[in-house]
Design a protein. Sequence first.
Length: 75
Amino acid sequence: MNWKLLSTAPNQITAESWRELLKVNGFNSKIIDSTNYVYIGISNSPVRLFVSENDYLPAKKLLSEMLLDFKSTSD
């Protein structure tokens, strides 16, 4: 599966919330911390949210409609 960057959330809690919205609506996604270090706990650093290339446009549309402040990487 090819992954495409959908957006960068301001922190891990926000990214996990977006990921859950995608999951309950049938989208496969993954989160990758944007820092270069590993740490135990919840990251307050920006976190990247990826979806499959095929799901990019519908996932972007879904989050744009559900979240007033959502910005995709292409906005």
